[in-house]
Design a protein around this ligand. Structure first.
Ligand code: SF4
Length: 299
């Protein structure tokens, strides 16, 4: 059994397995910790394990390396890259800074280490509103997700948010029509929406939140049925943590790169201790500042 081999290898290697809520169900089941980007970043910064196997995409494993530079951080599938993170470059951020001098760069963690090095503070979807509210200046440059940036602007009207036109293809594919159809099929269900979705989809939500926010709402609500407007992997986590409640995904809500890490690739990565994330020490030093500011702000 692959799961048993993973358990044995994990002990031999003094490794911890971190998995994002969008990972494959069987990957979530072998992980030591399953969570959102913020929770995983905190776990990565606090673990005593020598090896971190990150079941997610490139920017998540890079963040773990930046926060725990002395550890061996492994991304089992080198090709697992976030399409949104690829939409932004350091040069683009520098140009935005030149256009809006004095504005702070608040960067979604869904970005490369090189981009993080250009940011003043990072955020995740769990704390983006709190982070933007907390910065001392009146103007912020928000990269790379325009939908999350628009949502933040709606919640923090006292600040001017300059947007970057990036997006998550998986969340961008949700339409208001799809959500309306799901509501017709499940009239008693609450609609829980991730803020990477388009504004017109967010407008139909009973609650907007990160994957952990969605989980907390599902656990605390008296409602028994929920329409989940985020990546499909979240439904597995919800069904495990809230048995007895029903969760309906929107058809087609799959991020292909989040599904690349499999049990087989975890076994291989633990055996070979690779592919390892390598980042230049100078880059780590620069990218660490905005990430640590974010971890200090918390949820
Ligand atoms: S779901 Fe979207 S933001 Fe998340 S890893 Fe996939 S492409 Fe990137």
């Amino acid at each position: 059994m692959l799961a048993e081999r993973i358990e044995r290898l994990k002990r031999e290697r003094n490794a911890i397995i971190l998995a994002h809520n969008y990972s494959l169900p069987e990957v979530q089941d072998v992980a030591d910790f399953v969570g959102d980007s913020l929770g995983l970043s905190i776990q990565a910064s606090e673990t005593d394990a020598e090896v971190i196997v990150f079941c997610g995409v490139d920017f998540m494993a890079e963040s773990a390396k930046i926060l725990s530079p002395s550890k061996k951080v492994i991304l089992p599938e080198e090709g697992a890259k976030c399409a949104m993170a690829a939409m932004c470059t350091p040069r683009m951020i520098q140009e935005m800074k030149e256009k809006h001098p004095g504005a702070w760069v608040v960067g979604y963690v869904n970005s490369s280490a090189e981009c993080k090095a250009e940011m003043d503070v990072c955020c995740t979807s769990a704390n983006a509103v709190k982070v933007v509210r907390s910065v001392e200046v009146k103007e912020v440059i928000f990269v790379p997700d325009s939908n999350l940036g628009l949502y933040v602007q709606s919640q923090v009207p006292e600040k001017k948010v300059h947007l970057w036109p990036g997006f998550c293809p998986t969340h961008q594919a949700f339409t208001a029509e799809m959500v309306r159809r799901a509501k017709e099929e499940h009239p008693g269900a609450e609609v829980l929406v991730h803020p990477e979705a388009r504004p017109e989809v967010i407008a139909l939500a009973d609650m907007v939140g990160s994957t952990e926010g969605i989980l907390r709402r599902a656990l605390s609500s008296d409602t028994k049925e929920f329409i989940i407007v985020t990546e499909l992997g979240m439904v597995h986590r919800l069904e495990k943590e809230a048995p007895g409640k029903r969760f309906y995904e929107i058809p087609g809500s799959v991020c292909p790169t989040m599904k690349m890490v499999t049990l087989g690739s975890i076994v291989r990565s633990l055996e070979e201790l690779g592919p390892e994330i390598h980042l230049d020490p100078g880059l780590i030093e620069r990218a660490r500042i905005p990430l640590e500011r974010m971890v200090a702000i918390g949820r």
